[in-house]
Every structure is written in C-alpha cells, then in structure tokens.
Design a protein around this ligand. Structure first.
Ligand code: PXL
Length: 289
C-alpha cells in the first residue's frame, strides 16, 4: 500500500474544440491524461470539424470567454505547471493569450507554444502573415515551441522547400527558431534524405540537437502535430529529459499513424492514437519508474 503520492502536475491546454476530426483539445485531453498529467482546458473556438478537407465547417470564436474564465481561475488560486497553446482563432486572440499568461503563469510555469497556422507551404483557412507575426511574439516568451516545417520557415522568414531536408538544413532552422527567444525549439514533420520522417529538437542553453525519425507513410495525417506536442508537453512538465520526451512523443505519433494505415478509412477523422496509447502508457511508466 502506497502511503502518499506527490500532487499531479497540471497543464492548461489552450486550443480549439473541433467536434469531429480528432485534433487540438480532443487530442490534448486524452494524451496529456495518459502521460499522467492533469489537463485543464481553455477552448479558443468551437468548430464542427477541423479546417482541413472538411468543407462548410462552423466556427464560433470564443474570445469573449477567455479572460473572464482566466480571471475566475486567478480568484480561485488555480496553479498551472504548464500552459500549452495550440490553434488560436485569430491574431487578435494572441493578445488575449498574452494577458492570460500575465495573469496565470508563475516563474515556474512551463510555456509550450505550438504555432498552429500552416502546413505544406500554405496558411490554414483564415490565417496570414499577421498570425505569424503574433506567434513570433508568443514564441519569444515560450520555454518550448513545436512548429512544423512550414511554420518554422514562416516564423524565421525563410523560404519553405517541400520535400526532403538535410540534417544541417534542419539544424540551421532550429538555430534560427531558438534566436526567436524560446528555450527549446522542436520541429515536426521533418523529412530527411534517407526517406525517414520525424521530429528534431534543439535546447538553446546547451546547443544540443536530437532527431527522432521513423519510416515514412505517405500522405496527410490530421492531428499528429497535436499528438506530438501534447505528449512532449506532458513529459517535459513531468521533468523528463528532452531526448526521452522526444523519443516517446515520436513513437506515439508513429504508432498512431501505423495503426491508421492498417485500418484504412477516411483520413479526415484523424489517426488511431487510441490504439497506440497503451504502449505509450507503458513507456511513460518505465521512464518515471
Ligand atoms: O491540428 C491542428 C488544427 C487544430 N485546430 C483546427 C485545425 C487544425 C489543422 O488543420 O483546422 C481547427
């Protein structure tokens, strides 16, 4: 019988709630919970589906709710060990997020920013350079950022090149991202010349760079950036070394994609992270034993 346990760590996930299509909050909640971290939610917008490949989706911007909710938590003395931001409804909403950080973040709060705005060289529906400029500000405050290759190029004002990248090109991009002011830069969806795809991180303080890549499955897989960033956030907030967090988060994404490929079906509905979570849980347990 265990006599006592330390308090659970708590992450505030600030993302949209897309009812169908498994991304953002519907990924952050299960993945962060599976990693043994409590997940509080601040929904930035309510959408019927995510904005990729579904047409005529509904979107309700929840900007008016954000500050009153955060002010209530402040009055209640709610503490967050991590704040993890994802899809935001507009560039103006970034200003609200900055006010919420001023209100709720303490010097111990880890800030993870996923600058969700673009993929495959193109902005998502409703976003443009204004969103990118706003995200640059947020990245300067972050402890960890997790852009994909397109977002990394946009944030650093570099041209986006589709296809493969060399390790030294990725390293140069990671250095440029760290120059924005973040503590750790991660890039997702890195496709290397050996045909493997995965993620790369750089710790700005030590200058250390790590890659974690796997065999590539072709095509678009929705929500995988959110799965990666959710797992990485939870593991880092629990105190995992960056290399282990990178490895486990990458394995969860790969496991989810591999199972989805075996299942077939409509890609718009997201990947089978549900089936990949048991193995992730076992790896997390081993890591913190
Ligand atoms: O997975 C990122 C994401 C989150 N939220 C919404 C999206 C997307 C990507 O397309 O459309 C609404």
């Amino acid at each position: 019988m265990i006599a006592s346990l330390p308090p659970l760590k708590r992450i505030l996930a600030i993302h949209d709630l897309s009812g169908v299509g498994k991304c953002s909050l519907t990924v952050a909640l299960p993945v962060i919970s599976a990693a043994g971290v409590e997940c509080s939610c601040l929904p930035t917008a309510l959408l019927s589906t995510h904005s990729g490949d579904f047409y005529g989706f509904t979107k309700r911007d929840l900007s008016d709710e954000l500050l009153p909710i955060a002010q209530h938590w402040k009055r209640e003395g709610v503490h967050f060990d991590g704040i993890y931001t994802g899809y935001l409804a507009s560039a103006q909403q970034v200003e609200l997020i900055e006010q919420i950080l001023d209100l709720l973040a303490t010097p111990e709060t880890m800030l993870i920013v996923d600058p969700v705005m673009a993929e495959n060289g193109k902005y998502y529906s409703g976003f443009d350079g204004e969103m990118c400029a706003a995200f640059r500000r947020l990245c300067a405050r972050a402890d960890v950022i997790t852009p994909n290759m397109t977002e990394a190029a946009f944030l650093t004002d570099r041209a986006y090149h589709p296809g493969t990248a060399t390790e030294s090109e990725v390293e140069s991009l990671l250095n440029a991202l760290c120059a924005l002011g973040t503590g750790v830069a991660a890039i997702t969806g890195v496709l290397l010349e050996n045909g493997e795809i995965g993620n790369a991180v750089r710790d700005a303080k030590s200058g250390k760079i790590c890659f974690s890549t796997r065999k590539m499955h072709g095509g678009v897989f929705y929500g995988t950036g959110d799965i990666f960033a959710s797992a990485l956030s939870a593991l880092l907030v629990r105190g995992a070394p960056i290399e282990s967090a990178l490895e486990l988060a990458t394995a969860l994404v790969e496991g989810s994609i591999a199972r989805s490929v075996l299942r077939g079906g409509d890609r718009r509905f997201g990947v089978d992270f549900e089936g990949a979570l048991p193995e992730f849980l076992r790896s997390v347990q081993t890591l913190f034993e």
